[in-house]
Design a protein around this ligand. Structure first.
Ligand SMILES: [Zn+2]
Ligand SMILES: [Zn+2]
Length: 171
């Protein structure tokens, strides 16, 4: 069994799938962030929309996420930091992907907040009898200007395979 695309040691079935299926909600922003990355990998665009804060959801479109995502081949996620203060949290991450044969990264400081659960997310959850009152949502992001060095040929690969980059995603 291969590991979940979010980079955990668990399988997808044990890790992000229950969140995508609506049998569980994320217990914190770190878990939500990983499950959102994983939703890009498995092209679950609905999950990205419903876990986007109702206050900023109008800024995104299902169609444009779907179109952009269809051109990306996701390689790996590197969560750099996670801080939480009450109902607000920040996650810094780098997500590696390949597009048109080139390696790219997406470096982001994302903001998350815990809010009363809205109808769109509630609809997706399977346990209607015991809906949580609150849930974590992705709010928005800033993009650091700092350049991230590209992996070198002999580095351990960014995808977590433990192979050398040149023998893996860089080949
Ligand atoms: Zn996962
Ligand atoms: Zn690789």
């Amino acid at each position: 069994m291969s590991n979940c695309p979010c980079g955990s040691e668990l399988t997808y079935q044990q890790c992000c799938s229950p969140l995508h299926q609506g049998t569980l909600t994320a217990t914190n922003a770190h878990q939500l962030m990983k499950s959102r990355y994983c939703a890009f990998v498995v092209a679950d665009i609905d999950y990205l929309v419903i876990t986007h804060s109702p206050q900023t959801r109008h800024n995104i479109s299902h169609q444009s996420i779907k179109q952009w995502n269809s051109q990306c081949h996701w390689l790996g996620l590197d969560v750099r930091s996670f801080t939480e203060q009450g109902s607000n949290a920040q996650v810094e991450f780098i997500a590696w992907y390949k597009q048109d044969g080139e390696i790219h990264y997406h470096h982001e400081h994302s903001t998350f907040s815990q809010q009363p659960i809205d109808s769109l997310l509630a609809e997706r959850l399977t346990e209607k009898e015991s809906l949580p009152t609150h849930a974590w949502y992705y709010v928005d992001a800033t993009y650091p200007e700092q350049k991230i060095p590209m992996p070198k040929r002999n580095d351990i690969c960014i995808c977590g395979s433990n192979k050398k980059f040149k023998k893996c995603c860089g080949s």
